[in-house]
Ligand binder design. Structure first.
Ligand SMILES: NC(=O)c1ccc[n+]([C@@H]2O[C@H](COP(=O)([O-])OP(=O)(O)OC[C@H]3O[C@@H](n4cnc5c(N)ncnc54)[C@H](O)[C@@H]3O)[C@@H](O)[C@H]2O)c1
Length: 280
């Protein structure tokens, strides 16, 4: 299978890595080569560590890297069987990319979005092939996390659903079908908890470390909610909360003012070197 990933960020890089490791020729596309190369370096570093830990062989490392082709031209999707869209969580941008992908890909090519909160039906409506559009929501970090949420738009065909479900299983993932509602299941539950943790910090209920320790030791979470928010990216957390707040019209999704302040300051979490914690 030939694939193209649009967006060489955390998620796009992870999807490219698992697709390439499974033997698929995979274009990794972003707006410029410097971004793609930075992500390729990160993937190379991850694979080198996996060899050191004895998780993969040297040959598997080399084969995975060789399967990833850098791209800055969406036209590279012309012969692909599937395209994964993983650009930032912004409806206008994703809609524009779906319109372009519909023009450049061959008939029958599946267009999958990794959106965390936006409507798959709305993205599908940008194209002349709504039957081949689907949500395939991977978790971060993609190579480690088993879950994918599978989301049908109103027109997604059974054939598309089965093809993507089979692909997800072949990548070692556990697909769960969820309805096309903002935030699906994972983010409806998770982001409310993260937002509440940010409110606790904002109201000085405890330090960031204190809040994360409470949730790790008290609720047995492997990672505290503030560290997790930093890992996801605070811009992504804010955008998902804003979408759910607007669409559901429920105050429980109202983003904490501190989250807005951090995002406005460019404190986007780990990827920016600063969020609730400071990173090297
Ligand atoms: N971060 C997470 O934990 C997480 C988890 C699941 C799903 N998601 C979803 O995955 C998607 C990507 O999130 P991310 O965390 O990887 O974001 P990110 O900010 O790390 O990466 C987004 C990438 O998209 C690129 N991009 C922007 N415009 C583009 C264009 N026109 N063409 C090609 N590339 C373009 C950016 O340059 C950037 O490299 C979002 O929809 C997000 O909601 C994120």
């Amino acid at each position: 299978m030939k694939a193209l990933i649009v967006g060489a960020g955390h998620m796009g890089g992870g999807i490219a890595q698992v697709m390439a490791a499974a033997g698929h020729r995979t274009y990794l596309n972003d707006i410029n080569l410097a971004i793609v190369n930075r992500r390729l370096d990160a993937i190379a570093g991850w694979l080198a560590q996996s060899v050191q830990k004895g998780k993969i062989s040297e040959a598997e490392r080399a084969e995975t890297l060789a399967n990833i082709i850098p791209s800055t031209d969406l036209g590279d999707a012309e012969n692909c069987d599937i395209v994964f869209e993983a650009v930032i969580e912004n409806l206008e941008l994703k809609a524009e990319i779906f319109r372009k992908l519909d023009e450049v890909t061959k008939p029958g090519c599946i267009l999958a979005s990794n959106t965390s909160s936006l409507s798959i039906t709305q993205l599908a409506e940008q194209t002349e092939r709504p039957g081949q559009v689907i949500g395939l929501h991977f978790m971060n970090p993609v190579p480690l996390m088993k879950l994918v949420e599978l989301i049908r738009g109103t027109a997604t065909t059974d054939e598309t659903f089965t093809a993507v479900q089979t692909l997800a299983l072949s990548l070692g993932k556990t697909p769960v079908e969820v309805r096309d509602v903002p935030g699906f299941v994972l983010n409806r539950v998770l982001q409310v908890m993260i937002n509440e943790a940010i409110y606790c910090y904002y109201e000085d209920v405890a330090s960031a470390e204190g809040i994360d320790t409470v949730m790790k030791l008290g609720a047995n979470h492997p990672m505290g909610p503030l560290a997790l928010a930093d890992l996801i990216g605070l811009d992504t957390v804010l955008y998902i909360l804003e979408v759910m707040h607007e669409v559901y019209g429920d105050e429980k999704y109202r983003p904490c003012p501190l989250l807005k302040e951090y995002v406005a300051k460019g404190w986007l979490g780990k990827k920016a070197g600063r969020g609730f914690y400071v990173y090297e």
